[in-house]
Design a protein around this ligand. Sequence first.
Ligand SMILES: Nc1ncnc2c1ncn2[C@@H]1O[C@H](COP(=O)(O)OP(=O)(O)OP(=O)(O)O)[C@@H](O)[C@H]1O
Ligand SMILES: Nc1ccn([C@H]2C[C@H](O)[C@@H](COP(=O)(O)O)O2)c(=O)n1
Length: 419
Amino acid sequence: MASRSISRLAQWCSRIFMVEINQKTEPIYFALSSKPSALSPELDALFGSGKLFSVCAQCDGRVQSARSHAHLKRALAEKLPPGCDLLDAAFFLPDVKNSFVRGLFVRDNSALYSAERVVNQLRQNGSVASVLAYTRGNSGDCACSIVSDEPAERKRRYYVTPVPVPLRHPATLNIINSDVFYRLEDACKVLQECNDVIPESKAVLELVEEQKLESVSNHAKRFPVIVIEGLDATGKTTLTCSLQKALGAVLLKSPPQCLGDFRQRFDAEPPLIRRAFYALGNYITAAQIARESAHAPVITDRYWHSTAAYAIATAVSGREENLPAVGSEIYEWPSDLLRPSLVLLLSVNPEERQRRLANRGLDKTEEESQLEINHLFRCKVEEAYKRIQNPACIIVDASPSPDHVLQEVLCLIKNKCNL
Ligand SMILES: Nc1ncnc2c1ncn2[C@@H]1O[C@H](COP(=O)(O)OP(=O)(O)OP(=O)(O)O)[C@@H](O)[C@H]1O
Ligand SMILES: Nc1ccn([C@H]2C[C@H](O)[C@@H](COP(=O)(O)O)O2)c(=O)n1
């Protein structure tokens, strides 16, 4: 028993812990060490005077782990009593790709300190794989032990030690093939792994198969393919409809219409599954582009820039500076996805965008609401759009009137695509 205890805690000791109080403040970093150490002011504030636990739902398989984490977060948010805080946490090895594991911290200042009971219930029903409990020492240190039914496991102690902020934001370690996909087969694999738990995955994969996607990357385009990108309510629908008429073009969308019935289902899933779904949508749209561009110019409302920019901005918490650096491989276009002739990014100032959203008065998706309340997220999405390469996007000021924007875009298309 004792050796199992040592190895389980030792596994955690090799990792750095990142705790986020909220997206606006800097995350707090620490490691576990065998020697007691004085806490930094940030750690001191994190541990406060209540009880603290870190929980992690990681299990075998990435699909199951992603879904278990989402389930655990929902269950804790529902069951924890008033006075408890639920904080996003992650555990990682600095600069080691795919070492980033999501977890949560529970800070308990409730009247009866009942978070432990809730966490234990979830541990016993198998929703939590690991629970660590933190105890303040009298000499300004903080000890950590495993919460377990086995006395030998509970006995082993490690100590919280402050560590420097890593150079790269830890979430960037896992983006490739977890948040952004660069090959059709990698996105397909995720949905294949979901077959048992999300029956709709099979139908989506069948639609992908039907499009005979192998031929897409080799397809010689005859007419230009123009992609219109931008945050919600920047005028994509308005402009793409006008362009369709003005150019006698075919108008396509990503995700394509045939995935419409599945979108809500996959939007409710964790990022791994949700982003793989949107990635597959791009490949289906690519097949449609390949067919249609043989006969007429093609205008596409959203494509890979949207999929990558939203995924990166969601994965990387906090400020714009946390995004992968300019020139990172993360911003490279997938080698097997049809490249458009021109990508235009519509950009409007935040006040104008708010005005348009308010005038439109439609139901907002969760992500749209997040854009409204989360200025940081909006900046990150727009910055990620701008960092994507091969093809990079051209920014269009979409704040003027619809006709003005249309004329400017027609001018750009004429110059860049000879249309
Ligand atoms: N150039 C413009 N000037 C003023 N209002 C505009 C302009 N373009 C679009 N709008 C208005 O802004 C609102 C959002 O436009 P639209 O639906 O075209 O944006 P969108 O980018 O397609 O949004 P979403 O991605 O959320 O579907 C609409 O009410 C539309 O009439
Ligand atoms: N090609 C695409 C299109 C859309 N998405 C995601 C990104 C946002 O979460 C949301 C925005 O779509 P809208 O509300 O404008 O229909 O959908 C994507 O990932 N890839």
